[in-house]
Design a binder for this molecule. Structure first.
Ligand code: F6R
Length: 249
């Protein structure tokens, strides 16, 4: 059974999630941690920066792995996944470049980048802790509906919903059509998974994920088969989740 934690608001979601990441690092200072881009984790990263600085948490041995990137982009594009992580986490925390493994969406040919990341992931021995957002269509990273369970790093043709939603990340329209992402095989091999969602706009997909069957049609629902997964959801996103008070914080 997945653990489902429902919190009153985004602030609480961010604090709790950051505390969980920090306590994981304290238990395993050389952890391999994969962190999503997107908007949902930005509050968590804000909290993480504060906690790490205020409590002088040693993160020097942590390896930070990027979950995904838009094909055709690298860190120079404002709105790319790497740009977001650089701005909100890596740079403020002075993470050394050798402790970051991230997709270069501009690699040519792009499938070599899948091989490189899969090779490096194997060298690292997989992911210890992964933090995931959830797409409006239930995607994880860029693993879109009807995802294959057998993929490691791979290139994906983006779903129409993902392409539409993408405009929120870029100041000027950017015609995205493909993404490069860690696959479900890699994601589901992580020792621990935290998946976060907030806001009314996510309530319909959260209802499908939590109340529906685990199915590749809704990639995030597949997380429910993992032994150590926790969904942390604010009350707005959890609008259609049955009121089981034990899940509430
Ligand atoms: C971003 C990523 C995506 C997002 C998802 C939710 O690196 O992997 O799967 O987590 O699209 O995006 P937001 O958080 O912007 O709603």
């Amino acid at each position: 059974m997945p653990k489902i934690t429902i919190v009153p608001d985004y602030q609480k979601l961010s604090v709790i999630t950051a505390e969980k990441i920090v306590s994981y690092i304290q238990q395993k200072p050389d952890a391999v941690i994969c962190l999503a881009g997107g908007d949902t984790p930005l509050g968590t990263y804000q909290q993480l920066k504060t906690i790490v600085k205020e409590r002088s948490i040693d993160i020097s041995q942590v390896t930070f792995v990027g979950l995904d990137e838009w094909v055709g982009m690298n860190e120079t594009v404002k709105g790319s996944c790497r740009y977001t992580l650089n701005k909100h986490l890596y740079k403020p925390l002075n993470i050394a470049e050798e402790n970051i493994l991230f997709f270069n969406g501009k690699a040519d040919p792009i499938h070599h980048e899948c091989k490189r990341i899969t090779y490096e992931m194997n060298k690292l021995g997989g992911i210890n802790l992964i933090l995931l957002g959830i797409g409006m269509n239930g995607h994880l990273g860029f693993n879109e509906p009807n995802v294959s369970m057998d993929e490691y790093a791979h290139v994906v043709t983006l779903d129409a919903i993902t392409r539409k939603v993408s405009s929120k990340y870029f100041a000027t329209p950017y015609p995205v059509s493909k993404g490069i992402t860690l696959g479900m095989k890699t994601i589901l091999s992580a020792d621990k998974i935290i998946s976060i969602a907030n806001g009314t706009k996510k309530s319909t997909i959260i209802e499908k994920i939590i109340n529906g069957a685990a199915s590749p049609d809704v990639p995030a629902s597949l997380l429910k088969n993992h032994q150590h997964v926790e969904f942390i959801i604010d009350e707005k996103a959890a609008k259609y989740i049955p009121n089981s008070t034990e899940n509430f914080i």
